[in-house]
Every structure is written in C-alpha cells, then in structure tokens.
Design a protein around this ligand. Sequence first.
Ligand code: NDP
Length: 247
Amino acid sequence: DIVLNGKTAVVTGGSRGIGRAIVERLCRDGARVVFGYGSNEAAADEVLRTVADAGGSALAVRADLSDPAQAERLMALADEELGGLDILVNNAAAQFSPTPVAEIELADFDRIFAVNARSVFLTVRHAARTMRDGGRIVNISSAATARAGRGTAAYVASKGALEQLTGVAAQELGARGITVNTVSPGATDTELLLGTVTADILKALPAMTPLGRLGEPADVADVVAFLVGPDGRWMTGQNLRATGGLA
Ligand code: NDP
C-alpha cells in the first residue's frame, strides 16, 4: 500500500528484530525512513539492501543512544535528510541479562535507562519542537511492564518511564493533531528475546500464548503501521499490547 506516500519517518533500532520489520513496513507503505542503529553496520546495510530491492527509500545512521549527543545527532541528520518529520518510532532497547535487584550494578542500570528511557525523552522532545502537525509518535515498551517478572527491574522500570512519557506527550501534542502511543510486544522471535530468556522458558512461551506461537517481528510492525497510518488517527495516549494474547 502507499498510505504513507510523502511522509517521513525516524525509527530507532531499525537494523534488527522488530525495528527492522517496522522500517521495511513503513518503506513499503511509501514513507521515506531514516533509521538508527547502535553498532552492527552489516545488519544495517542488509536492511538498506532489502528496502532498496523493494523500491523503498531509507538511510541508516549509526548512533549509540546511550550517549545523548548521538541521540541528538540522529535527529539532526534526519532533519537534514528528510526536511521535516511526520513519524517517530522509538524502538531501540539495550540488551540486558536478567539480574535480581540485589545484584544490579549502577552502571548497567544507567546504561539501560539511557538507551530505553532518556534517549526516548530526547527524540520525543525533538519531535515536540519540530514535528509537523498531524504527526505520529510510537514508543515501544514491553508486555513485561504489566507483570513484575523477577530479574527485569531495570528493564521494566525504564519501559515504565517510557510509557509515562508517552501519556504526557499525548496530552501536550494533541492540539497539533499529533498522536502518541505505546506498543507493547509480547514474546517476539528476535535476538533480544533469545538473549534474555532461558531455553526452557523459550520452549514454554508458545503454549503460554493464546495464539500458540512466538510473535514474529512483522506481527508487531503491522500494529505500528496501523497507528502511524491514516486509520490510527483517533488513537492517542494508548498502550496497544501486541502479544498474541500472552498475559
Ligand atoms: P533486538 O535486540 O533484536 O534489536 C535491537 C535494535 O536496537 C538493534 O537495531 C540495535 O542496533 C538497536 N540498539 C541496541 N542498543 C542500542 C544503542 N545503545 N544505541 C542505538 N541502537 C541500539 O531487539 P528487539 O527487536 O527484540 O526489540 C525491539 C523493541 O521491542 C525493544 O524496545 C524491546 O524492548 C521491545 N520488546 C521486545 C520483545 C521481544 O520479545 N523481542 C518483547 C517486548 C518488548 P545494533 O544491532 O547496531 O546494536
């Protein structure tokens, strides 16, 4: 479809997993996309090739979002490339190992918050200053915020911060026709999931999910595409749980 023809978008963490599926879907829908990645240039190049083969338009920017200056630089380069912003998807998140609160190192807590929450504040602030009227912001949280899972304190706390920021931004930007929503994936088949859960849990997850399988990145990307497209116009300040029913 070409419902996003003429629209511009920034997607963070667009080189792998769910972010990659979001980039590919938005490009297919006709948007011009700038996406960020942390360090895996080969993965970013692969996404660029896939988009180009499908006739889409994307640019990759390396920016470590744990560094506020690089988060700002990503948005500045996107402005230069795109000439104005209609869609912002904050999808990047730092990989983490499940750790009990008693053992979380301050440096790890800070790194997780810097990538998952502070960088989202910076890109949303940028969008609040510059986004065109009628724009769309989607922040990717996690179904894990609905359930206090052991070992996830720093991660779910950072995602809780992101969800609160989403709600306030929706209130403040609504007058300009800008919608701001959260999408919370359930267990989705990506490297982040594989690095976070044990093999036993991975095997058990499909049976715990009413729809009977792990999510695919595209299952989540399609929900994001709904929110950022014309059909999402009446949705703001919401948290859409794209989980296959996983509680
Ligand atoms: P992946 O680990 O597969 O991909 C993460 C992406 O973020 C990569 O493009 C990576 O780039 C980028 N990234 C990581 N760290 C940084 C950084 N410091 N600076 C800039 N970019 C960075 O993650 P998923 O696709 O699984 O997750 C996407 C989103 O979905 C996240 O917000 C996650 O919390 C959420 N989510 C995922 C679930 C799942 O089951 N997979 C469940 C619930 C929520 P690079 O490779 O270059 O580092």
